[in-house]
Design a protein around this ligand. Structure first.
Ligand code: DX5
Ligand code: ZN
Length: 216
C-alpha cells in the first residue's frame, strides 16, 4: 500500500459538530482519519479520550489512525483497539519496552506504528524497524496543531527509507505536523507514504477540495 495517503487530523475539527466533520471526511478523498490523543503529561496539552473515540467509531468509515501522545501507552492500547483503531502508534520516547508494546498492538489485530519526536534520531529504530507497520515522523514538537513544519524532517525521511530498505521492512512512512499545500508534494517525493494534515484542511473554506489538492 505504498501510495499518497492523506490523513486529516480531527484535532482541528469542530468538536461541537464532530459528526458533521467526520461525515465530511467520509465523503472526501481522505484515506485515513488521524486521531491525536494527548494526556497533558507526555505533551503539554490535553485533547480527548474514550468518549470521543466512541463517537468516531460510530461515524467513521475510513481507516482509523490513532496517535497516542501519552505516557505508559501500553495501559490503553487494547481499549483504543476496542474503540475501532485500525492502527495505533506509540512514541519511542514514551515506551520503556517498545518491542513488547508493538507486539501487544499487533496481537490484538491492529497495525502498530512507532513515532519519533523531531529530536530523536532515526537510528534508534534499527532494532525495531522489522517489527513495525509504520514509522511516524513528527515534523513539529507534538502537542498542538497549526505549528511550523521543521525542515530537518526531509533528512529523516531519507534516513527512514534507507533503514526500511536495508531491513526488508514493509513499514510505511507517515509525516505529522505543519503539512500544507506548499510542502505536501515535496514530502511525497521525498518518500512519505502518509501525510497528516490538521490545520491545512480544517482552516480552509473547502476542506474536501484541500484534501484533493494535498494529493497532487
Ligand atoms: C501534533 C499532532 C498533529 C497535529 C497536526 O501534536 O500530532 O497530528 O494535529 O496538526 P497540523 O497539521 O495543524 O500541524
Ligand atoms: Zn498526530
Amino acid at each position: 500500500m505504498k501510495t499518497k495517503l492523506i490523513a486529516p487530523s480531527l484535532l482541528s475539527a469542530d468538536f461541537g459538530n464532530l459528526q458533521r466533520d467526520i461525515e465530511m471526511l467520509n465523503n472526501s478523498q481522505a484515506d485515513w482519519l488521524h486521531i491525536d490523543v494527548m494526556d497533558g503529561r507526555f505533551v503539554p496539552n490535553i485533547s480527548f479520550g474514550f468518549p470521543v473515540m466512541k463517537t468516531i467509531q460510530q461515524h467513521a468509515k475510513k481507516f482509523v489512525d490513532v496517535h497516542l501522545m501519552i505516557v505508559e501507552p501500553e495501559k490503553y492500547v487494547e481499549e483504543f483497539i476496542d474503540y475501532g483503531a485500525d492502527l495505533v502508534s506509540v512514541h519511542y520516547e514514551a515506551c520503556t519496552h517498545l518491542h513488547r508494546t508493538i507486539n501487544l498492538i499487533q496481537s490484538k489485530g491492529a497495525k502498530a506504528g512507532v513515532v519519533l519526536n523531531p529530536s530523536t534520531p532515526v537510528l534508534m529504530l534499527e532494532d525495531i524497524i522489522a517489527d513495525v507497520d509504520l514509522v511516524l515522523l513528527m515534523s513539529v514538537n507534538p502537542g498542538f496543531g497549526g505549528q511550523k513544519f521543521i525542515e530537518n524532517t526531509y533528512k529523516k525521511i531519507a534516513e527512514t527509507k534507507d533503514l526500511i530498505l536495508s531491513n526488508n521492512s514493509t513499514a510505511l512512512i507517515e509525516v505529522d505536523g505543519g503539512v500544507n499545500l506548499d510542502n505536501a508534494s515535496k514530502l511525497f517525493e521525498a518518500g512519505a507514504d502518509v501525510l497528516v494534515a490538521g490545520n491545512a484542511v480544517f482552516s480552509t473554506e473547502n476542506p474536501e477540495r484541500t484534501i484533493e489538492l494535498l494529493k497532487i
